[in-house]
Design a protein around this ligand. Sequence first.
Ligand SMILES: Nc1ncnc2c1ncn2[C@@H]1O[C@H](COP(=O)(O)OP(=O)(O)OP(=O)(O)O)[C@@H](O)[C@H]1O
Length: 245
Amino acid sequence: MIELYNLTKSYAAGVKAVDDLSMTVQNGEIFGFLGPNGAGKTTTIKMITGITRPDSGTVLIDKIDIQREPLRAKRQFGYVPDSPDMFLRLKGLEYLNFIGDVYGVPADVRKTRIRELGERFEIYDKLGDQMQTYSHGMRQKAVLIGVLLHEPSNWILDEPMTGLDPKSAFILKQMMREHAQKGYSVIFSTHVLEVAEKLCDRVGIINKGKLVMSGTYDEIKEKSNDASLEEFFLSITEGGEPAHE
Ligand SMILES: Nc1ncnc2c1ncn2[C@@H]1O[C@H](COP(=O)(O)OP(=O)(O)OP(=O)(O)O)[C@@H](O)[C@H]1O
C-alpha cells in the first residue's frame, strides 16, 4: 500500500509542480496515474520513491515513511523510471547480478528468476550483451527484470509501456494483474487512456500539480454523465491533449 499525504513540490519559487496531493494506492489494486505533459506525474513518482524530497507532505510505503526510514521503505517497492538508460556499459546479466546483490537475492533464486523473467520477456539470450547495444524496449525489459528480482510488494512504474512491443506490453499487463491479484499494489503513469481504462482498478488524474479526480472507472462515468475516459480527461484537463505512444 502506498499513501501520499499533502505532497507539495516547487522547483522554482512560486510554481508548484505538485500541489497538496493526497491519494492512496490500496493493496490488491492497479492504480493508473494520468495527466497531460508537465502535470506533475514524474515529480510525484520521484517523491514516492525518495529520489526527490518534497517541500512538505508525507509518503508511506507499507506504512513506512520514505523520508524517515528510506532504506526500509525502499525494500518495499520496485521502481521503473521513465528513462531506462542506466549502467549502459554493463552487460544485461552483470546489471541483473548487481541489482541482485543490492537487494540480497540468493544466487540460486536469482538464477531461476532471471531465467524465468528473461524468457518471459524474450531477452534471455541477449543478457550477455552490453546494455548500450540494447534498443529502448530491451533496456526497459532489463530494468523491469531487475525490479522484479527481489519480488517487491509495491510496483511503481513510470510510463512502463513506452517502447515495449505489443507482446511485451501484454505480458507486463498480465504480470501487473497477477501481482495485484496476489494482494499487492501497482501504480503506473501513462498517457494511453485506453490502457488505463482496461487495466486499472482505479485512476487518478493530475493537472497542473493538483489531483483533480480519483476513482474507479464506474465512478468517473457516473460523475461525467457516461462520458468516455478520454472525453472526461480532456474536459477536466482543459483541453490538454493525451499523447498517443
Ligand atoms: N528538475 C526540474 N527542474 C525544474 N522544473 C522541473 C524539473 N522537473 C520537472 N519540472 C517541472 O515540473 C512540472 C511537472 O513535471 P513532471 O515531469 O513531473 O510532469 P509529468 O506529468 O511527468 O510530464 P510528462 O507527461 O511530460 O512526462 C513541469 O512544469 C516541469 O517543467
